[in-house]
Design a protein around this ligand. Sequence first.
Ligand code: ADP
Length: 629
Amino acid sequence: MSSGKINVSVENIFPLIKKFLYSDHEIFLRELISNATDATIKLNHLSSIGETKGNVEDCLIDIKIDKNKKTLHIIDEGIGMTSDEVKKYINEVAFSGAEEFLEKYKDSASDAGIIGHFGLGFYSAFMVSKKVEIITKTYKKNVPAAHWACDGSPNYTLKKSDKKTRGTEIILHIDKDSKEFLEDSKISSLLNKYNKFMPIPIKFGTKEETLPLPKNAPKDAKAEKVIVDNIVNNTKPAWTQSPSKLKDEDYSNFYKELYPMQFEDPLFNIHLNVDYPFNLTGILYFPRINNDINLQKDKIQLYQNQVFVTDNVEGIVPEFLTLLRGVIDSPDIPLNVSRSYLQADGAVKKISNYITRKVADKLNSLFKKNRNNFEEKWNDIKVVIEYGMLSEDKFFEKAGNFSLYPTVDNKYFTLNEFKEKIKDLHKDKDDKIIILYSSNVDEQHSYIESAKEKGYEILLLDSPIVPHLIQKLETKNEKLSFVRVDSDSIENLIKKDEATVSKLSDEEKDKLKPLIEKIIPKEKYTVQIEALSSSQLPFVLTQPEFMRRMKEMQQNGGSGGGMLGNFPEMFTLVVNSNHNLVGEILKTKAKKKRDRLIHQALDLARLSQNLLKGEELTKFIQRSVDLIK
Ligand code: ADP
């Protein structure tokens, strides 16, 4: 037996390890299983080049809990270590790695998310243990096994062991304050979180399995039950396989494996696979995405060589793609850096651009292959695409080919197709093409109807980022403007040269205006008298496009006039001088009756916008009853 002192400059590194990694204690298991996996893969490699014989197939990694001794065991059948190798790899290499890590990160412990992602390796075992033992036997012939032990001080012991089988057993004597790691359920959930897709089978206990009955079994035959190893991982997850070998079903089965609580199938998937200039594999899924963006983020899982790292891929994939689901596996993503550094990192930029391009290409090919199907899916995917167009210029350019603009009558166009269709009728006097849209067919129903009467086409743009997106589309297309159907009177939505002839003279208009202004609340409505050619209403409420859009943009974040924050809602009250009832108002001499007509006309306008509520609605109903009596 020999003993010695681990060569470290810090007298006692262990309290430091505990302190700095406090929030992420649980990663020790991932680290130790990674080492066991590496040792097994190395053995397979040696065997494949003829360096070793004997059983290298079916190597398992076994995880055991001994509740009495309060120990946790990680046992592999990999290459093992000689006594000298333990000295070298554990006392020197592993330790210097740990020390270097602490040197680097003790000042930036605040960036805790990253620290947890950093592979601290073997020494992370001390985060949860008061003592750690290694019993290991190398694959090399006639070399005795070694037994190393260390109690958390820089002192260790190293002696011979009588272990007969190849491989390494790590024994953790779990600390009092970490006793949760002696619970089956805890270990089980950790294995499920970090090791679910690692390449070497991991056994955790056993389970009972029911054998299938033979085909011609008698009716009362009982199925036979057997005890089998409980293997916790799928060693060949779909993303590690070649896309040409996978069927749709394989992709949807893998989706269920990733998200067992998810009952809905994804709409489609994108298989990522590059090895130059960086290594990256993965599968992204488009789930059904509704308008509530924030609830749906952070479902993509990041792996490095099949080891789970995190489900926060911020900075690695562009933000709009965090709405997708699936996995990304890349050894080339540096995790030992802060998020802000990550975003500036050249390799990560390339990865992010690659993913964006793949997603755009896939969407484009889906669109080309089966446009009907794409149109059917549009409502469930549009938020991602619109979000992407808004935030990534490269994506914006590509999306021009497949991003769709549905009309209120459910016909789908690309922007170019739509422009082509409407270019004559929707051109205003300055040669600008005006695209009319609605954000809500029910609320803006009467406006849509008037516009249709004029022969106009109206788009239905109802996702939350639309105000931002149309702003961008206008910047990129000089001769294009988006105008919501309720933002002006029908005559002014698309300003043409010819004016509708008014039934009222200028004199009559001048008389009418103050009559109305006297009665309606001035702080809310600006009165404007106009001759409308198509409207069933005597009064129409509109909200100027610019103001409303700025307000909306501000409400869902991003730029937009900061000073508009507390602006009250202002409407233009368009009085249709060609409507019979307006003529009636002017003719009516009795003040009481006239006022009642004005109130009634205003309330009808509000009702058509769904703005009439509470006491005002009660009054309106009462007045209506009086009028028909
Ligand atoms: P890393 O794995 O990053 O190299 P570690 O601190 O985890 O650092 O381990 C240091 C070294 O100890 C490994 O590189 C390996 O040579 C050796 N080692 C650790 N665990 C095992 C194991 N289960 N079997 C064989 N060798 C191991």
